[in-house]
Design a binder for this molecule. Structure first.
Ligand code: OX2
Length: 835
């Protein structure tokens, strides 16, 4: 409990004012004040948005109080700071999360109620900042929450996209994209720091000369200079005073007009320059796990990295420290290779702007950065065409050549004559056109390299980063992903949270391992009943939303079989569909059969340019149209495609899941994090031995996990032997029927062309071994159905899943990063004025 006190006439006096007070009265006063002084309204004429803003500013005031205290404390103590560089942050709505972390959810509920407005109604008004694609961006958001909760001094750096991930609508069964204008009604959670801005050069050429002291110098003459302006969002930890900054950069023109052009009458040129500059932070690239190779993307990456490093150097020098000690002040984590250009930019800043010698600059750089790899998919490993790269970053191209030359000299001594190794370690790829390999740049320049699940880290060492592992094994480690229980349990599943806390207290919210205290109730029939009652209520709520959004009526008593994530061939939503069609065919052949009723729920966005992914969505909706309207099925099967999967919708879906589909081809999903959130909310998993599934199965116990499919090793072996999907298609009757139906237009009003590419891809190529895993998947699903009939046994497994998920708190992940990689410590924050 926060108490703010001042000494007055030798008495401790409690201050509960409208800006900082946490009581119902103080909150009421704050809301009314903001309504009047910020929104300019009195209650009778205030809109829902006015109330949302008034409430949010009331919460923000309380965050700012903690934020300024945190900053003050960090600076005074000269503490080592974590700097997280990420091109994406998939934050989700702030309001409810901040109420929870401040510990004033109940108080605010009462305050709003007394003012005659409903809190949930205002929470639902928030437009979430969708500044990320999927797991990678959401991980960054969970990590920011845990850093603050563990009281670690940290800054998150990224891009303030004006338009985040597109909004998805389904029309005629197809995905259509709409722009995400999230800033339309203003953003109460950010503070523009106009005074915090940096110039970033782009394009042009480099001049070389000798200065008066005989020092060789480079002078980058850019074609364009843009300005980055800082926008800060406070990130408060759970029931602590630590409030860190998420600092996102907005690009602008350095001056509003190019006056030279303007005065000489070239108005268009002047305005165009402004547009070009503003374009850099305009829109998030909607590709998950695929590189785009576009100039604008490289500009975005460089833009935010350069602003961030200039900002960090400024902070470091203002502390009175020497530039040579930069790595003592900051540990900088690269969230995949998107910010890897930081390594060359750090060198440029140290050499060209701060006059260090090469060896000193390289020493500082390689003690500063650590790199997290998030994927083994070859199509996701970033490369840049060398010529394109040089046209945007001519100075960095020179620096990369030099870094590479020095590095390869060293390599050559070690692996003399092994040209294969040398070319695999080289930052520059040779081919018809040369290219820059960003993963290699990240590896040379970092002191630590990690994967995001045990299997993934292991495969990294054996495959894509094999030669790097052989070269510097000491850099490698694993850091299994985690998710924050504050958002993914407390906020999204308040009823389950209350039930758990009733039994074991509230400590688990900060120490998730304590969930294991629930195990003792797993066999308790009363507890099982309450547990399943919460599940049912969450399913009823979701059913209502489904009806509203899609018009499909689903039965909350049926098994909610859920696959929600980006649509990607490697995640194999089509394998799920093949099972669905198989169940449908069984029912058609035997309408009287006793089948466990299932509701198949899919959600996820497809990259707008990813044809096959979009076709998979159309397949799901087409099968759904037929199945949902077939009287023979008699409501035993329902298919839902829930549109516009984002953080807000994920929060509503996870608590309602009975079955969590984690069915990627083994070796392809680096970790997955939806798998953790679903399991925490009591869903059982059907999954392959892939990513974090392996570790989830380990902790929940193999008897509480539905395993199927080839292992990563078997997948590789099968490919090497010459995998032929056609033989699987021919030899399995149910599989053949399902595929033939798709091909013949059975689900598409007899249109036999629409799914042709998908079908041909499956039976002739099948790069993700859907057909090879089909039989094992369907057999496993049959076991799932049988298990679901035994309600008590299912409840037990569900409880044990939640009880054993402690490991997958992002608090555990962050603690490991802090101890093993960043070497940073907690710094408890006291409120200013607090004793
Ligand atoms: C994702 C991975 O696909 C996913 O498996 C992982 O859980 C997540 O990152 C967080 O680590 N883009 N998105 C990812 O990797 C890349 C690249």
């Amino acid at each position: 409990e926060e108490k703010e006190t001042v000494k007055s006439e030798n008495k401790e006096v409690l201050i509960q004012d409208a800006r900082t007070g946490l009581t119902v009265e103080a909150l009421k006063k704050a809301i009314l004040n903001n309504l009047f002084y910020v929104q300019g309204k009195y209650p009778e004429i205030a809109t829902r948005n006015d109330y949302y803003m008034a409430l949010s500013f009331a919460v923000r005031d309380r965050l700012l109080q903690r934020w300024t205290s945190s900053v003050k404390q960090y600076l005074e103590g000269k503490n080592r700071v974590v700097s997280y560089l990420s091109a994406e942050y998939l934050l989700g709505p702030h309001l409810a999360n901040n109420l929870i972390n401040l510990g004033i959810y109940k108080e605010m509920e009462q305050a709003t109620q007394e003012l005659g407005v409903n809190l949930q109604w205002l929470i639902d008004k928030e437009v979430e900042p969708g500044l990320g694609n999927g797991g990678l961006g959401r991980l960054a958001a969970c990590y920011m929450d845990s850093l603050a909760t563990l009281e670690v001094p940290a800054i998150g750096y990224g891009i303030r996209y004006q338009f985040g991930i597109f909004e998805q609508d389904i029309r005629d069964g197809w995905q259509v994209e709409d722009t995400d204008n999230w800033l339309r009604r203003g953003n109460p959670w950010e503070i523009a720091r106009r005074e915090l801005n940096y110039e970033v050069k782009l394009g042009g050429y480099v001049q070389h000369y000798m200065d008066r002291d005989g020092r060789y110098r480079s002078n980058w003459m850019p074609e364009l200079t843009v300005k980055g302006v800082a926008y800060d969002t406070p990130i408060l930890g759970y029931k602590v005073n630590t409030c860190n900054a998420l600092r996102l950069w907005k690009s602008e023109a350095p001056k509003s007009f190019d006056f030279q052009s303007f005065n000489s009458g070239d108005y268009n040129h002047a305005v165009n320059q402004k547009i070009i500059c503003e374009n850099i932070s305009k829109v998030l690239y909607p590709n998950d796990e695929t590189i785009s190779g576009k100039i604008l993307r490289l500009q975005q990456q460089y833009f935010f990295v350069s602003c961030s490093l200039q900002d960090m150097i400024g902070i470091h020098l203002r502390q009175g420290e020497k530039i040579e000690d930069f790595n003592v002040t900051f540990a900088v984590q690269l969230n995949d290779t998107h910010p890897a250009i930081a390594i060359a930019e750090m060198m440029r800043l140290l050499l060209d702007e701060h006059d260090l010698e090469w060896v000193d600059a390289w020493r500082v750089t390689t003690r500063t950065f650590a790199y997290t790899n998030h994927t083994l998919l070859p199509e996701a490993l970033e490369t840049w065409d060398l010529e394109l790269f040089g046209s945007v970053l001519p100075r960095h191209l020179e620096l990369i050549y030099e870094i590479n030359k020095r590095f390869l000299d060293e390599v050559t001594i070690k692996v003399y004559g092994d040209h294969q190794k040398i070319s695999s370690l080289s930052i520059i790829g040779e081919g018809p056109r040369k290219f820059i390999k960003m993963a290699n740049l990240a590896c040379v320049g970092s002191f630590a390299i990690n994967g995001v699940a045990a299997l993934h880290s292991d495969l990294l060492k054996k495959t894509v980063l094999k030669d790097w592992y052989a070269y510097s094994p000491e850099k490698f480690s694993n850091k299994t992903n985690g998710v924050t229980p504050r958002r993914w349990m407390v906020l999204s599943n308040p009823k389950l949270t209350a039930l758990i806390s009733e039994k074991i207290g509230e400590n688990w919210i900060k120490h998730l391992d304590e969930l294991k205290n629930l195990e003792q109730y797993a066999d308790d029939p009363e507890f099982q009943k309450s547990w399943m009652q919460v599940k049912l209520e969450m399913k009823q709520e979701l059913a209502k939303r489904i009806l509203g959004k899609t018009g499909v009526k689903v039965d909350p008593e049926s098994m909610f079989d859920i696959q929600v994530k980006r649509i990607h061939e490697y995640k194999r939503q089509h394998l799920n569909v093949l099972h669905l069609i198989t169940l449908y065919n069984r029912l058609k052949q035997n309408p009287k059969m006793d089948m466990v009723p299932r509701t198949f729920i899919f959600a996820g966005k497809a990259a707008p340019g990813y044809k096959m992914a979009k076709l998979i969505i159309k397949l799901i909706t087409s099968v759904g149209d037929l199945v949902n309207n077939d009287p023979d099925v008699n409501h035993r099967l329902k298919v839902v495609f829930y549109p516009n999967y984002n953080v807000t919708n994920a929060q509503r879906i996870y608590p309602a899941a009975d079955l969590s589909e984690q069915i990627s081809t083994a070796g392809k999903e680096a970790s997955g994090t939806g798998n953790m959130k679903l399991s925490m909310n009591g869903a059982l998993t059907i999954g392959t031995l892939d990513g974090a599934n392996v570790e989830i199965r380990e902790v929940v116990g193999e008897e509480n996990f539905f395993l199927f499919g080839l292992t990563a090793e078997e997948v590789t072996q099968k490919r090497n032997e010459g995998y032929d999907p056609y033989t699987y298609y021919k030899s399995n009757k149910e599989l053949k029927l399902a595929i033939d139906q798709i091909a013949s237009g059975y689900f598409s009003h007899l249109d036999d062309k629409i799914f042709k590419d998908l079908v041909n891809n499956l039976i002739y190529h099948d790069p993700f071994l859907v057909l090879a895993d089909y039989e094992s998947y369907v057999a496993c699903q049959d076991k799932v159905s049988e298990a679901f009939r035994d309600k008590a046994a299912w409840a037990r497994m569900s409880i044990l899943n939640t009880a054993r998920m402690g490991k997958f708190s992002s608090d555990r992940s962050i603690r490991e990063y802090c101890d093993d990689i960043w070497k940073v410590k907690s710094v408890p924050v006291h409120l200013n004025g607090d004793s």
